[in-house]
Design a binder for this molecule. Structure first.
Ligand code: C2O
Ligand code: CU
Ligand code: CU
Length: 483
């Protein structure tokens, strides 16, 4: 038994569908040890610097791919910032095209948000001030240039951000970076026969979003994570363009959910399966005190508008995301699960809140099939237009948003807020959606409670959009101001 390498994948890669080529039986710990992004600790300096650059990345034993990254060839460092402290950033662009650094999960004013209105021209440096007035969380950052986000993130313009308060020891949580506190960026990719990253979405992928046939974790293929014989914390970031993961452990040990997108829960929730849509993050504890290895797997979820009107939900056979191998030479710092946590579950007062309805639309039929541009994707019938403010709202107000998704599942993301999921298709939110969120998978209809705590002017508005990046680039996005 061994992990399939890229060449062996090629035999399976043909075809129209998005099915993963890794059969569930083909996993075993490989000798390749998973590496973690370098840690860029800005907790005391209160300043960090990023530089967007091109890279030559060898994902496997094939040819090098031309990639993008922040401070490195592909992806970027894990930036650690201190909760409650004002931190400055400097983002320099050495690419030959505009890019940005959007702080997905940081609740900062619109002008510092890094969305499409804060594009950084080639050669320029952008200097935002991040007022980190929020509890600890795993956030991330990525480029956000309208029409180019999918390609730029595919090429590597993404990284992880940790908002920390240095209280993890008191919480009884693992916090040794790369030892028992693991940053895992999940991405699915596709490679050509030379081993070069391949991204050339045709009609099918433009419509449903890109789904690759090869699992890449932290920019690596076929690596295993070495873990201590104790409790291990995984900060899982879905940095894929469109793939929804439904994660589980191969021996069905639990994933103990401790934090959602925007912060800790009040207590761990033991899950057999954890759904993570593009843009979402989850922190889970996994118990390796038995000393037994295990494998993080995902169901191969089919999310396609071709599937008809029933929304997503189909699923192929599971594939390997990441094997874990217990290494007894690693220090065991935490050997028991915490009984409770100090996170506050959201409980916004929505009784008299104004209601806003948003419909995430896809146009079907001939126009959809044959036009490579145009208004295929929209919200409430309008495709994103950078010159149009879709609405404005009041600072510190609360609104109830009812968001409906057409034809398939859409991960809905809102900038500048942390929100509460009130209901999903009329019932109580599933476990993954009980904590504070900034992205939620819409499979039908969700009801959200928004509180707007930071300002965004009409010139630097916040975005709301589908986080299937091909949908976002295609116009399933809008913008609003807060004043
Ligand atoms: Cu993660 Cu508007 O994006
Ligand atoms: Cu965002
Ligand atoms: Cu979508």
């Amino acid at each position: 038994m061994k992990l399939l390498n890229r060449r062996e994948l090629l035999g399976h890669a043909a075809g129209f569908g998005a099915a993963f080529a890794l059969p569930s039986a083909a996993f075993a710990a490989s000798d390749k040890r998973l590496a973690y992004p370098p840690l860029l600790d800005a907790t005391t300096s209160r300043l960090f610097q990023l530089e967007a650059r091109t890279g030559e990345t060898r994902f496997d034993d094939g040819a090098a791919s031309e990639t993008f990254g922040y401070n490195q060839g592909y992806l970027g460092p894990t930036i650690r910032v201190q909760a409650g402290v004002e931190t400055r950033a400097e983002v320099h662009n050495t690419l030959g095209e505009p890019m940005s650094a959007h702080w997905h999960g940081l609740v900062v004013a619109g002008e510092f948000d890094g969305g499409p209105h804060q594009a950084i021209a080639p050669g320029d440096t952008w200097k935002p001030v991040l007022d980190l007035d929020q509890p600890p969380a795993t956030a991330w950052y990525h480029s956000h240039i309208h029409g180019a986000t999918a390609r730029q993130v595919m090429l590597g313009l993404a990284g992880v951000l940790q908002v920390t308060d240095d209280a993890d020891d008191a919480r009884g949580l693992p916090s040794a970076y790369g030892v028992d506190d693991l940053t895992l960026v999940l991405q699915d990719r596709q490679f050509n026969w030379r081993g070069r990253l391949k991204y050339d979405p045709g009609m099918h992928q433009s419509m449903n979003g890109f789904q690759g046939d090869t699992m890449v974790v932290n920019g690596q293929i076929g690596a295993s994570a070495a873990v201590p014989k104790g409790i291990v914390r995984c900060r899982v970031v879905n940095g894929s363009n469109a793939r929804v993961y439904r994660l589980s452990m191969s021996d069905s040990r639990s994933l103990h959910l401790i934090a959602t997108d925007a912060g800790f829960l009040d207590r761990p929730i033991a899950l057999n399966r954890l759904t993570l849509a593009p843009g979402e993050r989850a922190e889970v504890l996994v118990d390796f005190t038995s000393g037994r290895d295990s494998v993080l797997k995902s169901d191969d979820i089919i999310n396609s508008a071709m599937g008809g009107m029933m929304g997503g939900g189909g699923s192929g056979s599971p594939f390997t995301v990441l094997p874990f191998a217990v290494d007894t030479t690693l220090p065991v710092r935490i050997d028991a699960l915490p009984g409770s946590l100090d996170g506050q579950l959201p409980d916004l007062a929505v009784k008299d809140a104004p209601v806003r309805r948003l419909s995430l639309d896809m146009s079907m039929g001939m126009g959809m099939m044959f036009s490579r541009s145009g208004n295929r994707f929209s919200i409430n019938g309008a495709s994103y237009d950078s010159g149009t403010l879709n609405f404005s709202t009041k600072l510190n107000s609360i609104e109830r948003w009812i968001v409906r998704g057409a034809m398939m599942m859409h991960p809905f993301h809102v900038h500048g807020v942390r929100f509460q999921v009130l209901s999903e298709n009329g019932t109580a939110p599933r476990a993954e959606n009980r904590g504070w969120k900034d992205t939620v998978l819409v499979d039908g209809e969700v009801e959200l409670a928004m509180k707007f705590e930071k300002p965004a002017s009409a010139a630097a508005p916040y975005m709301y959009h589908c986080h299937i990046l091909e949908h976002e680039d295609g116009g399933m996005m809008g913008q609003f101001s807060v004043a």
